[in-house]
Design a protein around this ligand. Structure first.
Ligand SMILES: NC(=O)c1ccc[n+]([C@@H]2O[C@H](COP(=O)([O-])OP(=O)(O)OC[C@H]3O[C@@H](n4cnc5c(N)ncnc54)[C@H](O)[C@@H]3O)[C@@H](O)[C@H]2O)c1
Length: 432
């Protein structure tokens, strides 16, 4: 039997996202081989070298350093932080590498336009990690639309509830809390997936105008309980009663969001609970009072999109809920579809005049892919990226950088609109 030559890859930015894609190589050695890493973090370089079995010679200090070498592999898996995507991608794209690039692929309209120009000039194949497009849930919905079950779409309603522990960990205490530092808004960091899904489901129908409102509702100093300290485990009388106490949230659940909360202890092999407690008391950012952080991104935001054919779409992101939920309801000329991602099923109701109730209902169970990352999206996206690189073929989920423009553009304009009290902005696609 003929064995295929694996696509060879170097990881740029060895955080948990890159590893999620790179681990595909373990079960599919004929398809993907990880041969190196570029990351200023030496601990991560060492871990990756041991994990994938390459020598120190293939550990580079940064994307920029890697770009100075002759071309060493077929593709780059770029899992740097949001604001580093542009600066790390450009020199490697100029070098001719194809790339799997984390979302958001750019943090501003200007960066997006520049990056698209670089990709057009060099002809690279670049796929953006909109993993939800690959989940069985959203892929099956897309298939129903392609089959024509709903007719023409009149309206799409989407919402994302970000659980209280996810919101507080990532967007109040964590890496995406302050847009002056991370350069990303809440909508861009969290809901660019959802807005992308809306654009994908609308097919070639482009968004025409976008408007948005949102604010920080909960997590600001004036909402702190009386006498609240600065760090839960250091000086707060509410440490045992506050819903957001770092004690209950992180020591009570040490595995929850561990890749973020204990990142500062990564160089220690299996850190003890006592060490984790000490870090929360002293310098771990996740030990800060939830009401006294440097967060400036919204905790809820609503987006209204008017499409060029008159259809409408809304997306509501609400943070601080008991559990995470992504809901969708699509209404078309022939029927409607609704469901939620976490339940892994959806319902299609078709208009049938002859039926007793005036419609027929079909139930779709998409709970078939086990519990792999993002409803099966992580491995499915990696597989599709490899196929895209090898053949140039685009699957129905394919999220090439060009396919990702409408969603990113809508998010940039929604944030601009929100900053200006909801003023509608027109989407201009003339340069894409
Ligand atoms: N697709 C998804 O569903 C999803 C989910 C979560 C996060 N993300 C995105 O994944 C990305 C990575 O997130 P993470 O939490 O894994 O990040 P991380 O901070 O853990 O990892 C980023 C790594 O990049 C390295 N780095 C910094 N500068 C570099 C340079 N010049 N060259 C090479 N490496 C450099 C850092 O040292 C770090 O190890 C983010 O953009 C995030 O928004 C995507």
């Amino acid at each position: 039997m003929e064995t295929k030559k694996p696509v060879t890859a170097i990881i740029v930015g060895g955080g948990h996202r890159s590893i999620a894609y790179a681990d595909y190589s373990f079960d599919h050695p004929d398809d993907l081989k990880i041969i190196g890493i570029a990351d200023p973090n030496k601990v991560r370089c060492k871990m990756a070298a041991e994990r994938y079995g390459f020598s120190e010679e293939f550990c580079f200090e940064s994307a920029e350093e890697l770009a100075k070498q002759p071309r060493l592999c077929d593709v780059i898996i770029n899992g740097t932080m949001d604001h580093q995507h542009y600066e790390t991608a450009v020199p490697l794209l100029e070098k001719g590498y194809d790339m799997l690039l984390e979302k958001p692929f750019a943090v501003s309209l200007e960066e997006m336009n520049d990056l698209i120009a670089v990709v057009k000039k060099n002809g690279n194949k670049v796929m953006v990690c909109h993993v939800l497009r690959y989940s069985t849930f959203y892929k099956s919905i897309k298939e129903r639309l392609i089959a024509g079950d709903l007719g023409d779409i009149i309206n799409i309603q989407m919402s994302e509830h970000v659980s209280y522990h996810h919101l507080s960990t990532s967007y109040v205490r964590g890496k995406w809390a302050n847009s002056d530092i991370c350069k990303t808004s809440m909508l861009l960091a969290k809901s660019c997936h959802d807005v992308d899904i809306m654009m994908w489901l609308m097919n070639d129908t482009k968004p025409k105008t976008v408007s948005s409102h949102g604010s920080i509702y909960q997590f600001k100093p004036e909402n702190a309980p009386e006498g609240a300290g600065t760090r839960c485990l250091l000086d707060c009388p509410h440490v045992d009663t506050c819903r957001y106490s770092a004690k209950a949230m992180y020591l009570g659940h040490p595995d929850r969001w561990e890749c973020y909360v204990w990142a500062g202890l990564e160089d220690i092999d299996d850190p003890s609970l006592a060490l984790k407690e000490k870090s929360l008391r002293e310098d771990n950012p996740y030990g800060r009072c939830i009401y006294k952080c440097d967060n400036n991104v919204v905790d809820h935001q609503s987006v209204l999109i008017n499409f060029e054919n008159g259809a409408t779409g809304t997306h509501n992101m609400i943070g601080g809920t008991a559990k995470s939920i992504r809901k969708i309801h699509i209404i078309g000329t022939k029927g409607e579809l609704y469901g939620n991602f976490e339940d892994n099923n959806f319902v299609v109701e078709k208009i049938v005049t002859e039926a007793k109730d005036g419609f027929v209902r079909e139930f779709y169970d998409t709970n078939t892919m086990g519990s792999e990352g993002h409803g099966g999206g992580d491995p499915a996206l990696t597989e599709d990226f490899i196929n895209f690189v090898r053949t140039g073929e685009q699957s129905i989920s394919c999220t090439s950088i060009h396919n990702s423009v409408p969603g990113h553009l809508a998010v940039f304009l929604a944030d601009k609109s929100m900053a200006e009290g909801g003023k509608p902005y027109n989407c201009d696609f003339s340069q894409y």
